[in-house]
Design a protein around this ligand. Structure first.
Ligand code: HEM
Length: 118
């Protein structure tokens, strides 16, 4: 399950970047299609994350923080897509996105299931 979770969020981030590139290239139709597929992957990330959570007999408080951070990564990706589409400044969103993403990966790897690096 951790492999499915990792595959889902890696693909979600790749698709998110492809959507941004298409937006920058003014390929509106392409960006719309890829952003739909990106959203489908958000669902995979959420479902695999919740399944991991449920497979833990006694989840600690760290699990709640990990899940909240994971959901916030998805929120940040959507905010970045909307701001880019509307050609608003995205600097603050990018900074928050990177910080929350790194925190989420750190917490995921620190928690006991799957790989444990920290
Ligand atoms: C893009 C967002 C996300 C990223 C980058 C991410 C990253 C990670 C990483 C790196 C791991 C460790 C995998 C391993 O050790 O093999 C992990 C595990 C996990 N994730 Fe996520 N995740 C995200 C979203 C979510 C969401 C939305 C949820 C829940 C709703 C969630 C819940 C979990 C749980 C419960 C684990 C198992 C923790 C453990 O190792 O014991 N994640 N995630």
């Amino acid at each position: 399950m951790t492999h499915m979770h990792i595959t889902s969020w890696v693909l979600a981030i790749i698709l998110f970047i492809v959507t941004l590139v298409l937006m920058k290239m003014n390929n509106e139709k392409g960006a719309k299609i890829v952003s739909m597929i990106t959203r489908l992957f958000y669902i995979f990330v959420l479902v695999t994350g919740v399944m991991l959570f449920m497979s833990m007999p006694e989840p600690t408080g760290d699990y709640h923080i990990k899940m909240l951070a994971g959901v916030l990564v998805i929120v940040m990706m959507e905010l970045l897509l909307v701001a880019t589409k509307k050609q608003r400044s995205t600097v603050l969103y990018w900074i928050l996105f990177i910080i929350i993403l790194l925190t989420t990966i750190y917490l995921g790897l620190k928690l006991p299931m799957g790989m444990k690096f920290f």
